[in-house]
Design a protein around this ligand. Structure first.
Ligand code: ADP
Ligand code: MG
Length: 251
């Protein structure tokens, strides 16, 4: 059997008396899109923080591609192949799109001190920056524009491209559609669809249409616990899910 790219075992996180993450276990397979839904306050962001390493669990363990990263800080999880998007944006607004991309690629390849490197390397880096831009369907005409001058949708794509610069295998997306209008949501959904199979993606999202369109499987979190996990059709028809969460959305 294939090994999960990300595996959480019995994660627990308490804030005083509140158990925000209550014994959560989940598996994300390579190339799979796992949707995570749940009402406000269910513990979705807390779980993403435990997975990314920006918060430590009280107990439980976490593995990336079979490697125990439970006690590893966030940056070491990144070097194990994990990337988190849409929480902290790492765009330099005053730099051009190309400069943003080359900086991110350099930072990830550990070659920031490159004053001694040849121009061949520079052109190779530029080529990689263009590849990354095209992978994220960033308009090529924007490459020398300041990041701050980009339309909102293109800025989102640039954020995505910067996240992908580290060549992650696991992407944690916390509400990528938040604050977007319907057209942008459709475009971002198509974009995430274009990443299918290339990354294991944990997609936390309020927009149910987007989750049900994209997810291979959906996990439902209620009061810090996963109450159901299965295919989109299983989840749509699961009685506990309808009671806990989807009730008001059913016809
Ligand atoms: N740093 C914190 N300190 C205390 N309580 C917190 C903290 N972060 C989250 N919580 C609480 O934990 C619960 C889960 O929050 P959160 O993970 O943000 O849920 P969601 O993202 O599903 O809306 C909520 O009751 C929230 O108030
Ligand atoms: Mg949240």
């Amino acid at each position: 059997m294939q090994q999960p790219i990300l595996e959480a075992k019995s994660l627990v996180k308490k804030f005083g008396a509140l158990c925000a993450t209550n014994n959560v276990s989940l598996e994300l397979m390579p190339g799979e899109i796992l949707g995570l839904i749940g009402p406000n306050g269910a513990g979705k962001t807390t779980l993403i923080q435990l997975l990314s390493g920006s918060m430590q669990p009280d107990s439980g363990s976490l593995y990336i591609d079979g490697k125990d990263v439970t006690n590893k800080p966030a940056h070491e999880r990144v070097s194990c192949g994990m990337a988190r998007s849409f929480q902290v944006t790492n765009v330099f607004p005053e730099l051009s799109v190309l400069e943003n991309l080359t900086l991110a690629l350099q930072a990830c390849s550990g070659s920031s001190f490159r004053f001694w490197q040849s121009r061949d390397n520079d052109s190779h880096l530029k080529e990689r920056a263009y590849d990354l831009a095209s992978k994220c369907s960033i308009n090529g005409n924007h490459m020398s524009n300041k990041a701050a001058s980009l339309p909102h949708g293109e800025q989102r794509k640039l954020e995505f491209a910067l996240t992908l610069a580290s060549e992650p295998r696991v992407l944690l997306l916390d509400e990528p559609m938040a604050g977007m209008g319907p057209d942008e949501t459709v475009r971002l959904t198509e974009f995430i669809e274009s990443l299918r199979g290339k990354y294991g993606i944990l997609l936390v999202e309020h927009d149910m249409d987007a989750v049900f369109k994209l997810a291979d499987r959906v996990a439902v979190l209620v009061s810090g616990q996963i109450v159901a996990c299965g295919s989109v059709s299983d989840i749509r028809s699961d009685k506990r899910v309808i009671e806990a969460y989807l009730g008001e959305l059913q016809p």
